[in-house]
Write a protein that binds this ligand. Structure first.
Ligand code: KG4
Ligand code: ZN
Length: 410
């Protein structure tokens, strides 16, 4: 398969099933090939990608099913599985690409943020490859990679707004360049994926066979689709009166647990039994999260407009991270088209953690003239913030967002 030099091509790329993604927005005569390694949480990801955005090989060894059994990601088990899988993932990816390490120009690896022990496995392996094959390392910030992933398959120019929603994060950032991020807001407590996973567990959704192998967030989305009474449960929209771009999900989680407890008592639910209103409860909860996401994102757009941070003509919003796979959230966010925004998201397989986005970030950095300096294990940082923090500037702007759009979702 000839892949180099193709622009706007369709490339088959391997995962468990064959997926087709339109690629390649750039054509460059300086072909770089980057190998990307991702081990920040519970997925061992590896990919090889070239300047044109063509995926030459990819492997994703997910630990999801193992951690589901433990009721959440267990850091020590995650580390051990990464250790077992990392070499397999890299070798498998080189094989799929029919390349060897001598064909690779640089190794991009997630160094922050994430689980310390998980990050260390990927970084140590990258350092080992770097040493024996004499290849430079490009350290990657996991959240920056999520934000830029949409540029693999959509024409999105800088600057753009990114809403990153996952199991570990929730933030709004203005992306001005490959290395230039302004942080507008972030969660004050939990991440949406974390809360969705928790409520799915508490509702025992895993006992329903069709949800037993999917993430908690996906299970809630599927159950909500079956709701016949979406208004049965009321949830407050978090931080409704606070004029910033921060998020909060802990109050929603508490409200959810109260509703569930009341229904379980009402129906004398015991053991593995599930409340009959489970679908309606999922729908109400999902709706409250959607309203919260749209509300904060709309304020971020207005803040950027006020400060001329986004072009007047085309305002792009990228939604990425595992929770962005939720079609209901994405549809609700698309309501921001009415204020002149184009809302993009990467394909589902690029929203969740993967090696492709890491390799792509390496390519993007090389294109901006990234210069390799020495690298050591101390660069691993589990809690690294993203970009320059301008949350206070958002608060000072004191922007009021009308809630009419939020009422019109149903
Ligand atoms: O980005 P990701 O793969 O890993 C982190 O960096 O956290 O995101 C995983 C999260 C999990 O909490 C999972 O429940 C959530 O993404 N998720 C979803 C959906 N698919 C995955 N949440 C809502 N709806 C979905 N369809
Ligand atoms: Zn992630």
């Amino acid at each position: 398969m000839q892949l180099f030099g193709l622009s706007y091509s369709k490339v088959k790329f391997m995962r468990n099933s064959l997926v087709r993604i339109p690629f390649a927005r750039y054509y460059s005569h300086t072909d770089n090939i980057v190998l990307g390694i991702e081990t920040s949480c519970d997925d061992t990801g590896c990919a090889i990608i070239n300047n044109n955005g063509c995926i030459l090989g990819e492997t994703l060894l997910s630990q999801n099913v193992t951690h589901l059994r433990y009721g959440g990601v267990n850091p020590l088990i995650a580390r051990d599985l990464h250790r077992d899988n990392i070499e397999l993932a890299v070798k498998g990816t080189l094989n799929k690409a029919q390349l060897s390490m001598k064909d690779i120009d640089a190794i991009a690896v997630t160094v922050k943020p994430g689980l310390l022990f998980s990050l260390q496995i990927g970084v140590k392996f990258a350092m080992h490859l770097s040493k024996i094959h004499n290849k430079p390392i490009i350290p990657i910030h996991h959240m920056e990679a999520h934000a830029l992933a949409a540029r693999i398959c959509h024409n999105i120019d800088f600057p753009f707004l990114a809403l990153l929603i996952s199991g570990g994060h929730c933030l709004l950032t203005l992306v001005r360049g490959v290395d230039d991020f302004l942080l507008l807001g972030e969660t004050l407590d939990n991440a949406p994926g974390e809360v969705l996973d928790k409520v799915a567990r508490r509702m025992k959704l895993r006992n329903i066979p069709e949800y037993s192998q999917v993430s908690g967030g996906r299970a809630v989305e599927l159950a909500a689709q079956k709701s016949i009474n979406r208004d049965l449960f009321e949830f407050p929209v978090p931080l409704n009166k606070i004029r910033d771009c921060n998020f909060s999900f802990s109050g929603l989680k508490e409200a959810f647990l109260r509703h569930l407890f009341n229904k379980e008592s009402e129906h004398y639910i015991q053991g593995d039994e599930i409340i009959p209103e489970v679908n309606d409860l999922c729908a109400g909860f999902q709706m409250a999260i959607a309203k919260h996401l749209v509300h904060r994102t709309e304020r971020a757009v207005q803040f950027c407009e006020k400060n001329n941070y986004l072009p007047k003509t085309t305002k792009s919003i990228v939604v990425s991270g595992g929770v962005a796979c939720n079609n209901f959230f994405f549809e609700c966010l698309q309501s921001l088209q009415s204020i002149g925004c184009n809302v993009f998201r990467p394909p589902h397989t690029l929203c969740t953690d993967n090696g492709i986005m890491i390799a792509w970030n390496g390519i993007e950095k090389l294109k901006t003239g990234y210069i390799h300096t020495s690298f050591d294990l101390n660069e691993v940082d589990p809690v690294a913030p993203l970009g320059i923090d301008i949350k206070d500037k958002v608060i000072d702007a004191n922007i009021h967002v009308k809630s009419t759009r939020l009422k019109n979702f149903l």
